[in-house]
Every structure is written in structure tokens, then in C-alpha cells.
Design a protein around this ligand. Structure first.
Ligand code: DGL
Length: 273
């Protein structure tokens, strides 16, 4: 296979990683992508670390088996639970992961109060603790897990009254305490930026890490000699452990592009097409 044809593997518990894929498509559109949505197990955020690690390992193996050479863990929860582990299990494979963008938030906040929205597993993980320790001294971080928000987005409801109610509940107390910045620590949440901005007002900065992760991915591909002259749009292929039709219907809404979607089954901890 030519370097131009080597696909990038991307995975998430569901549609959240499409926010990262969208940024990757705008920066390196010609790279073919294999995207895996583990909708049979979504949400990851309330699951034990070991379980998310097992899912992530098998998904990585599946994507590598289909020809991916570089994998983007487009999920904060899976990155917190499994990124280090994946690098150990697959030492030949470069992985790009997510971490809550506390650093840019701490650097730019004027009020010194920052809201962070992420899943329970992300907040409990060592990765978040280390980011806070390294970058957030002197800054007050207000955290919320937005229960139910991932489910609303998975149902294709980024702007329904129920979604708004979840966000109001999370953001109102933060706004009362003076936040001027919101960090999106879950890849599903960029899809509710318009609603967040409506609730919080235009003066609150919302940090979506997807463009930075896309830049990092492009740099990594270049450093591996996998950069190619831009020539059209690379093929997109999607896999879900949920229902292929349902996932397909969400693509125009969250990605604005389509591609073939295949259902994959989990059988005793292994993925089978
Ligand atoms: N998109 C995910 C994240 O970035 C996972 C959300 C979930 O499945 O709970 O954390």
C-alpha cells in the first residue's frame, strides 16, 4: 500500500470521536480513515477503568488488523483509562490521545475560575490529576460530569429541551461562581457548543480540543513520513458495535459527510465483523 493509502484508525465509545474526525478532515482531508464507534458499550464514562482498557485494546487490535498504522483515541475516557497501556501493548504503533485542555484554560482565564465538563472516569483518572497538578495551580477548577449528556448526543439530540436542562444544571452554578472559560473534556461535548454558548453567553470561552488534536495528528503523520500532497478526500469507513443504520443517520448531523457503516459484534471480548 502507498503511504497515501494507509488509513488512520480512530475510535470512541460512540459519535463523540466524530468531533475529532471533523477537525482531522478539515486539516488532512486526503487521509483515509477507519472509525470505530463502540456503541454497544456507550457510555464509557461510568464504567470501571479495567473494562474500558479491555475494550480499547481489542478495538485497537481490530483497527490495526484492517490496516491502520496510527491510532487516534478520540475519547477522553479511553485515553485516561488506556492510553499508556495501549502504548505498552502495541509498542510499534503511534497513538494520539486526548487530555482535558486545562493548560490553555489556565493560561487565558481572567477570573481564575474555569469549568471542566468530563465523564466520571476521566475525572477519577491519573491523567486528569496530573494535568491539574502541572497546569492549574492558582486556578479554581469547577467540575461537572453532566449526567445523561452523552446519551442525549448519541440519540441525535444536541439541542433538545432535555439536553438544555442538563447543561443548565451544570453551568448555572459555575457561572454564579465566575467562570470565564469552559473546558470540554469529553469528545461528545463539542456538539453542544452552541447550547453552551447560549447559556453561558458570548464572553465565556469554550475550549474544544479537537483542532489541536488534529494538528498533532498531522504532525505525527509528517514525522513518520506519511504526509502526502493533498489530493482529494480520503475514503471514510465506519464500524459500530451498535446499529449501523442508526449510526449512519447521525453522520450528516455530526460530521457532515457519509461513508459506509458496518456493524461489528462483540463475542466473548473479541470483535467480529
Ligand atoms: N466521548 C467520550 C469521552 O471523550 C466518552 C463518553 C462516554 O462514553 O461516556 O470521554
Amino acid at each position: 500500500m502507498t503511504k497515501a493509502g494507509i488509513p488512520l484508525g480512530i475510535f470512541d465509545s460512540g459519535v463523540g470521536g466524530l468531533s475529532v474526525l471533523k477537525a482531522i478532515r478539515s486539516q488532512i482531508p486526503s487521509r483515509p480513515v477507519l472509525y470505530f464507534a463502540d456503541q454497544g458499550h456507550v457510555p464509557y464514562g461510568s464504567r470501571p477503568v479495567e473494562e474500558v482498557r479491555e475494550f480499547s485494546e481489542e478495538i485497537a487490535r481490530f483497527l490495526l488488523g484492517l490496516g491502520a498504522r496510527v491510532i487516534v483515541v478520540a475519547c477522553n475516557t479511553a485515553s485516561a483509562a488506556a492510553l499508556q497501556y495501549l502504548r505498552q501493548v502495541f509498542p510499534e504503533t503511534p497513538f494520539v490521545g486526548m487530555e482535558p485542555a486545562v493548560k490553555p484554560a489556565a493560561e487565558s482565564t481572567q477570573t481564575g475560575v474555569v469549568g471542566v465538563l468530563a465523564t466520571p472516569a476521566t475525572f477519577q483518572g491519573a491523567l486528569y490529576a496530573s494535568v491539574v497538578e502541572r497546569f492549574a495551580s492558582g486556578v479554581t477548577l469547577l467540575q461537572d460530569t453532566c449526567p445523561g449528556l452523552v446519551g442525549q448526543i448519541e440519540r441525535g439530540e444536541p439541542d433538545s429541551p432535555a439536553t438544555r436542562a442538563i447543561l443548565e444544571k451544570a453551568l448555572r452554578p459555575m457561572l454564579e461562581r465566575g467562570i470565564d472559560t469552559v473546558v470540554l473534556g469529553c469528545t461528545h461535548y463539542p456538539f453542544v457548543i452552541p447550547l453552551i454558548q447560549e447559556i453561558a453567553g458570548p464572553d465565556v470561552r469554550v475550549i474544544d480540543p479537537a483542532p489541536a488534536v488534529a494538528r498533532q495528528t498531522a504532525r505525527l503523520l509528517a514525522s513518520l513520513g506519511m504526509q502526502v500532497a493533498d489530493s482529494g478526500r480520503g475514503a471514510l469507513e465506519f464500524f459500530t458495535s451498535g446499529l449501523a443504520d442508526d449510526f449512519s443517520k447521525l453522520l450528516p448531523l455530526f460530521l457532515g459527510e457519509n461513508g459506509p457503516v458496518r456493524a461489528v459484534r462483540w463475542l466473548e471480548g473479541k470483535l467480529a465483523l
